[in-house]
Design a protein around this ligand. Structure first.
Ligand code: IMP
Length: 430
């Protein structure tokens, strides 16, 4: 097995960054294939915290190649800032190790302005986007007016495309959104400067990955966000604007389906969601607050408090099917220490009917009743535990019950943010 896909099976923030950082030890190349700087992957190594938004979470390991795939949308200013910050801490010294797809789309200042202005106008009905311009950039990609890295490399072409887009977006910003116009020359000059910082990294990453996989290199694909935020399969319209499922690797990295060899799903031991949209097992008041404080559940990118709730196996089961998940990593189980009783959602009931997968209707999702099973809690802290046998009996039962409800083996349990704060149950992943 030479490739492995890591996907979130909830609403994002499952701890994929930590898992990818850990798995990257066994990989040669780590690839992001969708999303942009709406993601914020937190890595804690030797007590030091690093947050990456665009560069794959394998970057802390020396000598690994990091690839930004064509399915991503890139704010080049954020990317340059991220490179600078990583280089200051001694990572990515050799920029040859960073490869950026020439066909990835660029997030432009007008994308951010439109994203923020639309959210402001939506009021109560807002999606709660990260405000990074993700949706408007993917819209332009689909409308075939987006600007890609390959366009940026050709200054004359870039100037023409940018001029046309700025004119159109300024009309939209002024007349539809009542926002100030943006200055073409400022954007042009800034992006030309950023291009020179990134030029050496830009190329055909699809071909590079094809050759690498064929030559037996181990490639790790790092998903961002989670399955319930997938634009097709998530809780639409409260979703991000990309496909987050494992199938998106093919289009978003430019590799063939037979090159996807295995898929691991990442799930928290409870559930969180940031932004608007249905969340059947959400906990309000003191209970929600307790999980939020214990788990430090505040957005990595925006700092927003995350909504917290019980583990929902309906959500995970649906995601497992959509992604072809063969094993799971269960994260943040240490956060549950000290709760008398735990609840796990095993199904949904709506108007007398039972559901074992997430229904498509947002209205139904907002009004259905989760069916819960109760399990006894434990009081012991788990952060220093490194083996399944050493877990308190009730914590082990909780893990076993999740495995049996989902019929998927759990290969790894995370008991803290640090790289080493992990129980590796089945240590081979590729
Ligand atoms: P956007 O991706 O910024 O357009 O935001 C759309 C929705 O996805 C909002 O509810 C965001 O909070 C959510 N979202 C986007 N990226 C992430 C992430 O990395 N983790 C969790 N939620 C996210």
């Amino acid at each position: 097995m030479s490739t492995l896909v890591v996907v979130g099976v909830q609403w994002g923030d499952e701890g994929k960054g930590k898992v990818v950082d850990l798995l990257a030890r066994q990989a040669d190349i780590i690839v992001r294939f969708q999303g942009g700087s709406n993601a914020g992957h937190t890595l804690v190594v030797g007590g030091k915290k690093t947050i990456v938004r665009l560069i794959p979470s394998g970057v802390l390991h020396a000598g690994k190649v990091c690839v930004i795939g064509n399915g991503m949308v890139i704010d080049p200013a954020t990317l340059v800032e991220e490179i600078d910050a990583l280089q200051q801490q001694g990572c990515l010294a050799d920029l040859d190790l960073l490869k950026i797809s020439e066909t990835a789309h660029l997030i432009m200042p007008y994308h951010k302005a439109i994203d923020l202005a639309r959210e402001k106008r939506r009021g109560e009905a807002k999606i709660g986007t990260t405000g990074r311009g993700i949706g408007p950039c993917y819209e332009d990609k689909m409308a075939r007016v987006g600007i890609r890295f390959v366009d940026l490399l050709d200054e004359t072409l870039f100037e023409a495309k940018l001029a046309r887009n700025v004119e159109e977006k300024n009309t939209y910003l002024r007349t539809m959104l009542d926002e100030p116009e943006l200055d073409f020359r400022t954007i042009f000059d800034t992006y030309c400067q950023l291009r020179e910082r990134l030029r050496a990294c830009i190329g055909n990453t699809s071909r590079y990955l094809h050759d690498a996989i064929r030559s037996g290199k181990k490639v790790l694909f790092e998903g961002a966000q989670g399955t319930q935020l997938d634009v097709d399969h998530g809780t639409y319209p409260y979703v991000t604007s990309s496909n987050t499922v494992s199938g998106a690797v093919c289009a978003g990295a430019g590799i063939a389906p037979q090159h996807i060899h295995s898929v691991i799903g990442i799930s928290k031991a409870y559930a969180t969601r940031v932004g608007g949209g249905p969340f059947p097992t959400e906990l309000f008041g003191a209970e929600g607050n307790q999980l939020r404080q214990a788990g430090g559940e505040f957005g990595t990118v925006t700092g927003r408090p995350r909504r917290c709730g019980w583990l929902d196996t309906v959500v995970v089961r649906t995601a497992a099917r959509l992604n072809g998940v063969e094993s799971l990593a269960l994260t943040k189980i240490d956060v549950l220490s000290g709760l008398d009783t735990l609840r796990v959602c095993t199904g949904y009931r709506y108007q007398g009917q039972d559901y074992d997968e997430v229904p498509a209707s947002a209205h139904m999702l907002e009004h259905l009743a989760p069916v819960y099973e109760e399990l006894p809690g434990w009081t012991e802290p788990l952060t220093d535990i490194r083996s399944l046998d050493a877990l308190p009996t009730n914590a082990r039962r909780y893990v076993e019950r999740i495995e049996s409800l989902l019929d998927i083996p759990i290969k790894m349990i995370s008991v803290g943010a640090g790289r080493e704060e992990t129980i590796l149950i089945r240590p081979s992943f590729f």
